[in-house]
Ligand binder design. Sequence first.
Ligand SMILES: [Zn+2]
Length: 676
Amino acid sequence: MSILLQIAVAASLALCVLSAQTPTSHASGPAQFDLTAIDKSVDPCVNFYQYACGTWMKNNPIPADQAMWGRFNELADRNRDILHEILEAAAKPSAGRDATTQKVGDFYAACMDEKAIDARGLTPLRPELDRIRNLTDKSQIASEIAHLQAIGVGALFEFSSGQDFKDSNSVIAQFDQGGLGLPDRDYYLKEDAKAVELRQKYVAHVQRILELAGEQPERAKAGAAAVMQFETALAKGSLDLVSRRDPEKVYHKIGKPELAALSPAFRWNEYFATSGTPEFQSINVSHPEFVRTFNALIENAPLADWKTYLAWRLLHSSAPLLPTPFTEEDFNFYGKTLTGAEAMRPRWKRCVDFTDSELGEALGRKYVERTFGVEGKARTLKMVAALEKALGEDIQMLDWITPATKAQALIKLKAITNKIGYPDRWRDYSSVAIKPDDPVGNSFRADEFEFHRELNKIGKPVDRLEWTMTPPTVNAYYDPLMNNINFPAGVLQPPFFYNNGDDAVNFGGIGMVIGHELTHGFDDQGCQFDAYGNLKNWWTPKDQEEFRQREACVADEYGGFSVAPGAFVNGKLTLGENTADNGGVRVALMALLNTIGSQTARVGGYTPEQRFFLSFGQVWCQNAREAALRLQVQTNEHSPAEFRVNGVIENMPEFQKAFSCSLGQPMAPVHACHVW
Ligand SMILES: [Zn+2]
């Protein structure tokens, strides 16, 4: 249930290395927000996003291999360049390499050796394909699925560990729906022309992958149809994305006997044995209907269809490390069709990202040694303190919450802990064998390590030092079950954070991010968890009703934004993020004003408040392809960049005052929403 700030689009791939921005270093000097990004032909009161970013958008077209291109990506590219240097050096075999350097270096080198990968063909995958082909009875499916999941193949469902929503000090087994090749269940169920066309393209993609794996065209065609039928059945038994945001709807704690009763045809004992799951009493089954659904598939679908489905999941998951025809076909659907990207990213970028995702804390350790200083950590902590103080004042001032609920909110705020930069204790990968000539095996072994690491937490005390993002990540998260906020080193840089920089710019950047994450503790999801991370109501009924009304205002506001014909933002899916954006910016501005007192000096012609809003707006400067935006509004809890900016400032009298807007102008609507 981590809640991310960044817009993440599946298979959004990068090409051009934009030049790194050189941070300037003091408030009285040149402005640290980008004056050249501004489009002065636009009235900020009419469209602030266009004003803040218009010239940037004109000057920064989307690279061919990208679905979206924004200032987040520029920073991610700079971080990736550092990782690239580290990995190129680590990949050179030398006697003096330490164990961590050997692992990340050989992992990267194996991934980079395209010639060897092409020459090997499907040989590295052959033992796994044979295992599936040799299944003789549906009673073997449970065990095979456990094996595939362990090596990183997303087959049928997700199984892991996690804190008990209602007893956050215990770690229990967690079952979740899964096993789909399209981005969400609605892609299988919607009947509009675009959805139908996309499904046809998906089936053609599955067919081509099966053909590449050696299937005759006619058999591959029948196989792809079977996969579609199979996944459509799973989709019908899946819970929709909006419902999945409601913690009560995804909490069903049961025991092994109840699980067995839901799915008598699935051999759970063999599944648990093969997966190496520790003994346990309780499991949270997010959506019991999904278990009934796959039980029916075991009973009714022929073994041949199961084999085709499992082979497809294996080939799909391994495609990035298979010979060129597979990577190209994978990009063709998941990159080109789904996101609109025109070209594949260069291999080194894919391999850097792959190393980050598979051995993240080994590579991250090297990254932190190179980049992150004590100074950055100290200044970030100071800003977190300023933001927490401002949110406390904000809660005190609100007129719609009664003192009883206010007191509870303040207890929760005080209990929020924070983690900055990187883990205090690094993950130990010593048991993972990494070889320079075995990319597929490396990936299986790294996934197996991670799968077992997660399962082995069941029944153990909660590890509060653990991170769910790697240090170079340009992102941040609030975790409602830990009640903590987390800021990887990767995001504590320009344009979010300038060491020794202008306070107005830093509060509009990383200050807004800190405020965003803190506010998540009080959005429509977060507010259902208490100070200890338990799903437990701490609201009076009257306050709850007031809160619901204010949230409905935000849901309606964002639900009115559209990105393309017929493609509207889903106000309910994005409600938590939009609430966090609105609260975050308001609280960050309060913290800025607390910090700078009566200073009003202009920089670049702009007051501190104006610089704050420009810094905030420019963090989100972005160009995006229509396909990527359509995908985003269907599947992503984050609103598109333009609305993350305009949707917020339309609710802020502070903005309207800073830019002298008059009531009734587009950025100063008569009806504004205000939650936190
Ligand atoms: Zn968020």
